[in-house]
Design a binder for this molecule. Structure first.
Ligand SMILES: Nc1ncnc2c1ncn2[C@@H]1O[C@H](COP(=O)(O)OP(=O)(O)OP(=O)(O)O)[C@@H](O)[C@H]1O
Ligand SMILES: [Mg+2]
Length: 582
């Protein structure tokens, strides 16, 4: 089709690629649609012998068989209509299914940065609404294009066969009438939108009087406001009356024009009957065909709009599917890392054109050591540890695990080395056991899950739940308390048993009892692992091998707890402040 832009054609072709695998069902739908079109024209054609045979010639055979033919015609039509709808829907649903599947697969492979800039509502709308819209538009468009085009051809063909002069007049005259009706319709509509636009004043004036009532009262503005309001109120009434009369006039005016046109056709047709060029049945049949033409023609004129809607929706889906997935430049596989972590001159910014969030970070952590990061909110702690599992890639410098640049490792292999307990704990709407043995831990033995839960000090509360490990946690674990959720996250990390651990402690206030449980769980978790911990609990901090104090994206102090206290710098300050609080 030459009427829509080339990329529209490209999108449509790509979409048809999804239909192609289902061509047998598609072919059934097309054949059924052709059959529907044939019965439509057939119905118009049937009227001629019906009327001429029965009413005019009183042919007994026709009087006998006409009802049967009618029933047969509608039977065929019904079966064909059902088949075409069913087969079309089948193809459409298959396409929706495939598109959704592909989108979801892609969703899981997109980088964190994509989620930063795309609202989840937009994504969900694409996955649900847009996909439906695409399938609807494509199947509707094809249905209309095939069924209605052939219906129109069939009916016109029959009309030409009946009386070509009359048909020709109609073929030339109809677009003219349609054009006139369209013009009048549009004029009416333009007029009524213009009126509608000017109806707003009443609310505006009332709103001012309501919000400004203190001023109105103290300055005695009642008479002024009343005057303004009455004026607007009256104007509103007049405008609305205009609107009503316009709307009320439009339908009869258009119907009247259509009636004049119809009268013209009937007049000419009757002339043909008079000249014996048309039988009575032929006349009736011709009028019936003319009536039957209206609906498919109307649908065909609207087809371009639905086509464009569908293409726009498809375009947005394909744009999504085409956004690059997480980059995976290297594919080296690590078995189990020793757990040496090194940051070399690492700088990072979230967007190309934004400020640096991390400046020249240098640090080296030996296997099994633990390092704590402390510092003000927004100093870059979560950002720093988030670079290790490559949620984002460094802007400058490099990060090494066991001497390998993490970008040279396969993403899965890299992430297999790391367990993460993040600031925002995520639980899935599933059982406790499945939440602990999540993802690649699926298939862990019941004993292993219990051991992890035990070590995370989670079994204590799990045992008290009615269904123990098989209790559903609700959407994002709403049925559990904050401390209980944290312990499940720790159990999950324990079960993963990876050489590197990232702990982004939540700052949520816990009672001392839960605090003690979680502290004990964390200590178990940190044993024999390289740990990067963002610590808020003093007890966690005191026990780590090294503390890094961060400020505005830089490490400004580092050393052990004792060393830093002796230094009497930033850390000593922070410590004293927190100590006072506690
Ligand atoms: N996804 C993001 N996109 C853009 N900027 C971000 C993003 N996440 C964090 N930032 C910015 O980076 C800076 C560091 O944030 P980060 O989350 O690393 O701080 P933090 O030290 O972990 O703070 P907190 O103790 O409150 O958790 C902040 O200025 C923040 O506004
Ligand atoms: Mg943080």
């Amino acid at each position: 089709m030459s009427t829509f832009p080339t990329d529209g054609a490209k999108v449509y072709r790509r979409l048809l690629g999804y239909v192609l695998p289902h061509w047998p069902a598609f072919a059934v739908a097309i054949v059924a649609l052709l059959l529907v079109a044939a019965t439509e024209a057939g119905f118009a054609a049937f009227i001629k012998p019906l009327i001429d045979g029965s009413f005019v010639e009183r042919d007994q055979r026709i009087i006998m068989y006409a009802p049967l033919v009618l029933v047969g015609l509608f039977f065929v039509r019904g079966v064909a209509a059902f088949l075409s709808s069913y087969a079309m829907a089948w193809v459409g649903r298959k396409v929706i299914n495939t598109l959704r599947g592909e989108m979801f697969t892609h969703l899981l492979r997109l980088p964190v940065s994509f989620y930063d800039r795309t609202p989840s509502g937009t994504l969900l709308a694409k996955l649900t609404y847009n996909v439906e819209q695409v399938a609807r538009a494509t199947t509707d468009v094809i249905t209309i294009l095939v069924r209605d085009t052939f219906t129109v051809i069939g009916l016109l063909g029959w009309m030409f066969y009946l009386n070509w002069r009359l048909a020709l007049v109609l073929l030339i005259g109809a677009p003219l009438i349609a054009h006139v009706i369209n013009l009048i319709n549009r004029r009416f509509r333009r007029y009524s939108t213009r009126i509608q636009d000017s109806v707003g004043d009443v609310t505006q004036i009332a709103e001012e009087a309501i919000n400004g009532q203190r001023v109105v009262k103290t300055f005695g503005g009642q008479a002024y406001e009343q005057g303004r309001f009455d004026q607007a109120n009256e104007r509103n009434r007049k405008l609305n009356m205009k609107l009503e009369s316009t709307n009320a006039a439009s339908v009869p005016v258009i119907q009247f024009i259509a009636a004049i046109a119809a009268a013209g056709v009937i007049y000419m047709a009757l002339q043909e009957v008079e000249r014996s060029e048309l039988t009575v049945g032929g006349f009736m049949s011709f009028i019936a065909a003319m009536m039957l033409l209206l609906a498919p023609l109307k649908r065909l004129t609207k087809i371009l709009a639905s086509l464009q809607k569908g293409i726009a929706a498809a375009q947005s889906i394909f744009d999504f599917v085409d956004t690059p997935a997480e980059p995976e430049p290297g594919n080296k596989q690590l078995a189990r890392a020793m757990g040496a972590v090194r940051y070399q001159k690492v700088s990072f910014r979230y967007q190309e054109d934004s400020e640096l969030v991390l400046h020249d970070i240098d640090l080296a952590i030996k296997p099994g050591q633990s390092v704590a990061f402390v510092g003000r909110s927004g100093s870059g702690k979560s950002t720093l540890v988030g670079l290790l599992p490559r949620f984002y890639d460094v802007s400058a410098g490099q990060i090494l695990i066991d001497g390998e640049d993490i970008r040279s490792l396969g993403l899965q292999s890299l992430r297999d080395q790391i367990a993460l307990v993040s600031q925002h704990i995520t639980l899935f709407n599933d059982t406790i056991a499945n939440n602990i043995a999540y993802g690649r831990l699926e298939g862990a033995s019941r004993e292993a899950i219990i051991a992890a839960a035990e070590a995370a000090h989670a079994m204590e509360f799990i045992r008290q739940l009615p269904e123990g490990l098989d209790t559903m946690v609700g959407e994002n674990g709403v049925l559990l308390s904050g401390g209980q959720r944290q312990r499940l996250a720790i159990a999950r990390a324990l079960l993963k048993d990876s050489p590197i651990l990232i702990l982004d402690e939540a700052t949520s206030a816990l009672d001392t009892e839960s605090e003690r449980h979680i502290q004990a769980a964390l200590e178990t978790l940190m044993q024999n692992r390289t740990t990067l911990v963002i610590a808020h609990r003093l007890s966690t901090i005191e026990r780590v091998d090294c503390i890094m104090v961060m400020d505005k994206g830089r490490i400004i102090e580092s050393g052990s707890h004792g060393e830093l206290l002796a230094k009497n710098g930033q850390y000593a300050n922070l410590y004293r402040l927190q100590f006072q609080d506690d």
